[in-house]
Design a protein around this ligand. Structure first.
Ligand code: SF4
Length: 260
């Protein structure tokens, strides 16, 4: 009974704090960015806030910030089954180095994979559907338990990210989405990494500006944009987790994600 009362009181206090502030959570977060935005959001949402990280070439900065606030900061890592082995090794290295204690690895539903991508080559036939199956669907289900989430997107990455605000509403739900590094430059990131002595992703040293699935990522050449190596040659610049949801025909894919 005590626990139920405490939980109800905490929920009411949270609602009051948000409700009494004109503009709700967005106003509480104000115009903060970087570490300060992450701090305010952690105070506001508690464990209802999760950092979604690809453990890619630029992920160490946000992960380090989260760990510096609280090593129990919830983190989700989406293993699509198509990642570079170097990314999996980098995840393990960073988790150990930063002491993060609540990193969950999320995987696509094996039954949905067997049904919709039996040969593992859907990325060639229909990359949008492949991203939906391997990224968006598992992530949408995992985020159902959270009130807000953190992404590592930056404006300098271009395309749809050019006007990215530090705080926004998720077009896939009514959740708050935080982009603490939205206004950071590559130089800012590099400076932070040096200052904190964070190890680089092994593929960054081999010319990959950003890293996603091995099947859809290539190194970038001189003068190319930072995301030029993603889905090279295709008219596709985003995987879809940051876009409004498509109409999904296959409801059977909505079984719980595999989480370890
Ligand atoms: S990035 Fe490529 S392999 Fe990965 S989920 Fe998207 S289409 Fe599939």
């Amino acid at each position: 009974m005590q626990n139920i009362r405490s939980e109800a009181t905490a929920k009411a206090a949270r609602r009051t704090a948000e409700g009494r502030t004109p503009g709700g959570p967005l106003a509480v977060l104000g115009d903060a960015e970087g570490l300060e935005l992450l701090r305010r959001a952690r105070r506001l949402f508690g464990d209802g806030l999760v950092l979604v990280s690809s453990f890619g070439t630029e992920s160490a900065v946000l992960l380090d910030m989260a760990a510096s606030i609280d090593r129990d900061f919830p983190v989700i890592f989406l293993d699509t089954g198509k990642l570079f082995p170097e990314t999996l090794a980098y995840r393990d290295r960073l988790v150990a180095l930063l002491g993060l204690r609540r990193v969950r690895t999320l995987r696509p539903d094996p039954a949905a994979l067997a049904r919709r991508d039996p040969d593992g080559r859907l990325f060639r036939r229909d990359p949008d559907r492949c991203c939906d199956l391997r990224k968006s669907e598992p992530l949408d289900r995992a985020l159902a338990g959270f009130r807000a989430w953190v992404t590592g997107r930056k404006r300098y990455q271009g395309g749809l990210r050019r006007e990215l605000p530090p705080v926004e509403r998720d077009p896939r739900s009514d959740r708050i989405k935080l982009n603490p590094l939205a206004r950071w430059s590559p130089e800012d990131l590099q400076h932070y990494r040096r200052l904190r002595q964070l190890p680089p992703h092994p593929l960054w040293l081999r010319g990959y500006a950003t890293v996603g699935c091995a099947s859809c990522t290539s190194p970038t050449g001189p003068g190319e944009g930072p995301r030029a190596g993603r889905w090279r040659g295709l008219d596709k610049t985003e995987c879809g987790i940051h876009l409004p949801p498509p109409v999904r025909e296959d409801d059977r894919s909505r079984s719980p994600p595999a989480v370890t």
